[in-house]
Design a protein around this ligand. Sequence first.
Ligand SMILES: [Zn+2]
Length: 299
Amino acid sequence: MISRLDLDEKGAGSPEGLVSRILKAEPSLRVPVPVEELCGKLDISSVEYEALEGLEGALITTSERESGIILVKETSHRFRQRFTIGHELGHFLIPTHMPNSDGRFLCSRADMLLQHAEGKDRRTKMEVEANRFSSLLLIPPPLLRPRLKDDPNLNQLVKLASEFEVSKEAMARAYAFYHTELLAFVLMHSGIVRRIYKHPSFPCVAVDVGRTAPTPSGATSAGMITDVKECLPDHWIRVERGRPAPKLYEQTIGQQNNYSMVMLWLEKAKDNSDYENFDREENLTASQRLRDRIYRSSK
Ligand SMILES: [Zn+2]
């Protein structure tokens, strides 16, 4: 059974290092990952559900980190609460994360969505790392990969999200990263692009966050999922002139409150190899490369 002693090893302080040690110490870990139980083993004395105005979660601890208390917004969806618990556990375990002067980490809904920290301040970096830790812990790549054998499909993504007990958005990020096909996900609200998640080898999505999505993409009502359909690639990605256009497929899911998510699937073909290699090395962040390496070697 894991204890924090298992995590005390040089170089184990990154989200990837910590999660791979947790998985090693808990080889029989099953989905949904029992995140509260793990908190108990890792010196979190309690997880408490409270009103938390303006916050999604908080961690109360000291700079020495003997123990910690995690607070979670009581009205949030259970899957979001699980992500929050994983996020706060990340703050607790990552040794470089420092609480504010009252020994607290106070984390908003916006903090839980931060994915990139390049050139950002220290606090943003901590939030990004806590999010990466939570994603890896709740959707352990060694448990996700074997489930990604079939063609990508939002119906499968929805099933996986409920199996792992995470939001569809959290599953979409992992799905894009670990599926062997080239995928991107575009989240929209009332037709405006809000967030984009893509595999590092997927070409740059030619749509800006905050702008109108290029097509209504078969907008559907909440819970409805369209068929996978071939679409015009230049709606979504930059297609070089004089080159054969790659085959691109899209599929849309309608969600609550005018949200929707489009899955883009770029067919891998010989003459697409330029797209596959497009920005592979240059645009991979160091952490993505590391994450890729760890979980490839742990398989
Ligand atoms: Zn945080």
